[in-house]
Design a binder for this molecule. Structure first.
Ligand SMILES: NC(=O)c1ccc[n+]([C@@H]2O[C@H](COP(=O)([O-])OP(=O)(O)OC[C@H]3O[C@@H](n4cnc5c(N)ncnc54)[C@H](O)[C@@H]3O)[C@@H](O)[C@H]2O)c1
Length: 389
C-alpha cells in the first residue's frame, strides 16, 4: 500500500508517520519547502527520542523514516493507492486541490480529506469522480490518538467506507464510521461539556475551578472543562463552537458564549498565551474550588445529562452506531465511560428529569430532550442492558 499525504503541518506529518510505522511507503508533500523540511526533521528527531528512551529499536526507527519520502512533485502520486489531504482548513483551497488531484492519481486511488469542520460532500463536489472521495479524520496528535472518524459523503461509492475502515485498522488505529454532518461525532457530542459548563459559570452558580473539580472528582473526567478549553486553546475551541453552531443552522443547542468569544478576541487563548479562564504566569494560582458535594453533583449531572442527550440525538439521527459513538467518546476524548452506558447506569428517566427540569426553568430549546430518550422510556428500553420487564 502506498499513501500520499498533502500538507506536512501538525496533522499531515503525524499521519505520514502513522502510515509509515505500519510498514507502508508514504509520499509527504507540502507547498512550502521549509515546512516540508521542518516536518522531516521533526519526524526524525521524534523517532530518535523514542530510540533514546528505549521504546523503539534503531532499525525500526530507520525503517519508518525511510518509508517517508518528502516531495513537492505531484507526479509521485501516480503510484498511490490513497491520498490524504491535510492542508489548512479552507474550503476553496481544498476544492482547488481536489479538482487538480484527479490529474495526478490513478483511477482507483482513494481521495481523502482530514478536514475537521467542512462537509466531505462539498469537497467531493468538485471532483470528476466524487465517488472515490471520503473523510478520514485523525485527532491531534495523530501518532498518539487512537480514534479515526471515517466519513463517507453522499457521493461516496457504497462500501468504500468499509474498505477504508480495514485500511485504517491496518495502520493500528480505531476507526468509527460517521455521517457527513457538522462536527462528525466527537466535535458535535462534546459541545455541551464546554457550553453548559460556561453557562453555569456565567450564571454565577459556580466558578471555573469548582466546576472543574465537580467534573473531575465527581464525574471522573481527566480534565475539567475550563482547564481543557485553556489547554486546547480558545482560538481553536471557540472557532469549532462557532462553526458547529452555524453549520447546524443556528440550533440553540450549540450556541457559543460571549465569555469565550471575548477571551478569543482578547488573545487570551489559554495555556499557550499565559492566560485563559485561568492565569498561567509564574506564581499564578488556580482558585480553590468550593468542595460542596451536593452542589457539585448537581453541576456534574447537569453537564453529563446534556452530553447524554447529545449522544442520544446522534443515535436518533443515525449519525453513528451506538457502539461507534461509545468508542469515539472514550478513545477520542478519553471520557471516563461511554455516554450511552452512562445513561443506562443512571436510568434514562433520570436524564429526562434533569433536562425537563432545566427546560421548565429556562424555557430554552437548548434543553429539549431527544425524542429517542422519551421513546426508550415508553418502551422500557435501555441502550445496552437487557430490556426490563
Ligand atoms: N490541528 C488539529 O488539531 C487538527 C485535528 C484534526 C484535523 N485537523 C485538520 O487537518 C488539516 C490540517 O491541519 P493542521 O493543524 O495540520 O494545519 P497546519 O497549518 O499545521 O498545516 C497545514 C499545512 O498545509 C500546507 N499547505 C497549505 N496549502 C497547501 C496546498 N495548497 N498544497 C500543499 N500544501 C499546502 C501548509 O504549508 C502547512 O504546512 C485541517 O483541515 C484541519 O482542520 C486539524
Amino acid at each position: 500500500m502506498i499513501a500520499g499525504i498533502i500538507g506536512s503541518g501538525a496533522m499531515g506529518a503525524g499521519i505520514a508517520q502513522v502510515i509509515a510505522t505500519a510498514g507502508n511507503r508514504v509520499y509527504l508533500l507540502d507547498a512550502h519547502s521549509e515546512t516540508l523540511e521542518k516536518a522531516g526533521r521533526n519526524i526524525r528527531s521524534g523517532l530518535d527520542r523514542s530510540v533514546l528512551k528505549g521504546t523503539l529499536a534503531q532499525d525500526k526507527a530507520d525503517e519508518i523514516f525511510n518509508n517517508i519520502n518528502l516531495t513537492q512533485d505531484y507526479a509521485t502520486f501516480s503510484e498511490c493507492d490513497i491520498v490524504i489531504e491535510a492542508i489548512i482548513e479552507d474550503l476553496q483551497l481544498k476544492q482547488q486541490l481536489f479538482r487538480e488531484l484527479n490529474l495526478f492519481v490513478s483511477d482507483s486511488c482513494v481521495l481523502a480529506s482530514n478536514t475537521s469542520s467542512l462537509s466531505i460532500a462539498s469537497i467531493a463536489s468538485v471532483c470528476s469522480n466524487p465517488e472515490r472521495v471520503i473523510g478520514i479524520h485523525f485527532f491531534n496528535p495523530a501518532t498518539i490518538m487512537q480514534l479515526v472518524e471515517i466519513v463517507p459523503a453522499v457521493q461516496t461509492k457504497p462500501g468504500l467506507e468499509m474498505e477504508v475502515k480495514a485500511l485504517v485498522r491496518s495502520w493500528g488505529k480505531l476507526p468509527v464510521i460517521v455521517k457527513d454532518t457538522p462536527g462528525f461525532i466527537v466535535n458535535r457530542v462534546a459541545r455541551p461539556f464546554y457550553g453548559e459548563a460556561i453557562r453555569i459559570m456565567e450564571e454565577g452558580i459556580a466558578d471555573c475551578s469548582t466546576i472543574d473539580w465537580a467534573m473531575t472528582t465527581l464525574g471522573g473526567f481527566k480534565m475539567g472543562p475550563f482547564a481543557l478549553m485553556d489547554f486546547i486553546g480558545h482560538d481553536v475551541n471557540y472557532r469549532v463552537t462557532e462553526s458547529v453552531f452555524a453549520s447546524f443552522f443556528y440550533d440553540p443547542r450549540y450556541k457559543p458564549s460571549f465569555t469565550q468569544k471575548r477571551l478569543f478576541e482578547a488573545g487570551y487563548f489559554g495555556k499557550k498565551t499565559g492566560r485563559g479562564f485561568y492565569a498561567y504566569h509564574e506564581g499564578a494560582v488556580i482558585p480553590e474550588p468550593i468542595k460542596d458535594e451536593n452542589a457539585g453533583r448537581k453541576i456534574m449531572e447537569r453537564i453529563v445529562a446534556m452530553l447524554i442527550n447529545e449522544a442520544a440525538e446522534a443515535v436518533a439521527m443515525n449519525i453513528a452506531s451506538p457502539a461507534d459513538l461509545e468508542l469515539a467518546m472514550t478513545k477520542g476524548v478519553n471520557y471516563p465511560k461511554g455516554l450511552l452506558a452512562w445513561a443506562d447506569e443512571w436510568g434514562i428517566e433520570k436524564v429526562i428529569s434533569i433536562l425537563d427540569g432545566l427546560y421548565h426553568e429556562y424555557h430554552e430549546d437548548r434543553y429539549r430532550v431527544s425524542v429517542l430518550l422519551r421513546r426508550m422510556v415508553k418502551e422500557k428500553k435501555s441502550f445496552f442492558q437487557p430490556v426490563m420487564a
